[in-house]
Design a protein around this ligand. Structure first.
Ligand code: ZN
Length: 419
């Protein structure tokens, strides 16, 4: 087999330390790491090295993943036997004077991963290959205020059509869902904009119907996993994904691990408070970040300022109109990006993540919007000398990133990897 046109990226490597522990274990003062945990971390590194660098020989993989050659054989051999990885034709080694070796890469004929993106009123389903390609993509709608049986029937039907296009049974199904999610128990606890989903034990229901393993996580966390495996988060050890749209959410990757909080409840960023006793929020509280940095605010302000068609205003349109010389659009874009910056400043002061990947509406405004956010963050934050804050957009679109992230959740769970 010959591998072509594979990406080449630098890998953010670090040395294995006693801080490398799985979620749920103590994060400090750990002197022993269980074999299970070490295996999960090493598998994650090898897979990430393949994603980041394309096909690589065992020797090169060992070097890139920071593990020794005996370890690499122990990791890749079971994955070759399971037909997840496949050996290509012999190619020159990256190591100077190294012998030609057969590169390893993901098997294009391996089972795929099922992925679902569930947002208020909207379902997307697809299959994702181990290299992140999206197949059999379908979109459908449901009534967010309707009844549960109607929703479940639409969900099962759409997912069935997608999964039926897989040549062999997928490894499992990953669901990225809006709302408050209990990822440990597989339950959607509450979705303010789609009450039909509230209290839904979706993981059990889908597992029973499809007889496949199912995992669920919060939509912004799937975006983060998509960024980490396939997007601007590659090689980073610490960053956050921020989503803005009808709502605002976020997720954290801290020192090489996805941070979930208790039962996956962390990352309700949209409801961090930026205005004491401020605007009323959908969550029933006041002054949440979401009330000043999501689309409902933008529509209201566009209407108040007399901008054209305020009901359909987006960041992308503001950028275009500002570019075309509209002073009003430019001023509103500045306020919107500043409001987005306020929440990032609070995060930066608390966690010093330094890198933020924007998704959703603000990301639709491209690099220009990201640059405005960055400038506001720099003005508002207490910067340390030589500190650089990076604000980027994920160029492949949030739908695909979330679906790939949902697939990444299945892959992590199937291979028991720590990414
Ligand atoms: Zn709120």
């Amino acid at each position: 087999m010959k591998f072509e046109n594979q990406p080449s990226y630098s890998l953010g490597r670090r040395t294995l330390s006693t801080k490398d522990v799985a979620p749920g274990e103590a994060g400090t003062n750990v002197t022993l790491i269980s074999q299970l945990t070490l295996g999960a971390i090493n598998r994650g590194r090898v897979l990430q090295a393949l994603y980041d660098n394309g096909p690589k020989s065992r020797v090169d993989l060992a070097r890139l993943a920071g593990v020794n050659r005996t370890t690499i054989t122990g990791i890749v051999q079971p994955m070759i036997e399971e037909k997840l990885l496949v050996e290509g034709d012999a190619a020159p080694s990256d190591v100077k004077g190294g012998k030609p070796a057969r590169p390893l890469f993901f098997n294009p004929d391996a089972p795929m991963l099922g992925a679902v993106l569930l947002l208020p009123g909207k379902i997307q389903t697809c299959l994702v290959t181990l290299t992140g390609e999206i197949k059999a993509h379908m979109k459908t709608e449901f009534d967010p205020l309707g009844d549960r049986d109607a929703f479940l029937s639409v969900m099962r039907e759409t997912l069935s059509s997608t999964l039926s296009q897989a040549p062999q049974a997928p490894f499992g199904i990953g669901v990225a869902s809006a709302g408050m999610i209990d990822s440990d128990n597989g339950v959607i606890l509450a979705v303010n904009l789609a009450p039909v989903l509230t209290g839904l034990p979706l993981v059990d229901l889908l597992q029973e119907h499809f007889s496949l393993p199912v995992v669920i996580d919060h939509h912004p966390r799937a975006l983060l996993v998509g960024d980490r495996w396939f997007g601007p988060g590659r090689g980073l050890q610490t960053f956050a994904a921020i989503y803005t749209g009808e709502v605002l959410g976020g997720a954290f990757y801290i020192e090489g691990k996805v941070y979930r909080g208790l039962a996956g409840s962390g990352g309700e960023l949209g409801h961090s408070v930026v205005q004491i006793d401020g605007e009323a929020c959908n969550c029933g509280k006041r002054g949440c970040w979401e009330t000043v940095a999501a689309l409902p605010w933008l529509r209201r302000e566009a209407g108040r300022l007399g901008l054209r068609d305020p009901g359909n205003i987006t960041c992308a349109r503001l950028v275009k109109e500002a570019d075309d010389g509209s002073k009003a659009a430019d001023a509103l874009l500045d306020r919107y990006t500043r409001n987005v910056a306020f929440g990032i400043v609070n995060l930066q002061q608390t966690l010093s993540l330094n890198s933020y990947v924007l998704h959703g509406d603000v990301a639709g405004g491209g690099q220009m919007a990201a640059e405005r956010v960055r400038q506001h963050v720099e003005q508002l934050v207490m910067m340390r000398p030589n500190q650089e804050i990076s604000i980027t957009v994920n160029g492949i679109g949030e739908g695909h990133t979330a679906l790939r992230g949902a697939a990444g959740l299945v892959l992590s769970s199937h291979l028991k990897v720590v990414i």
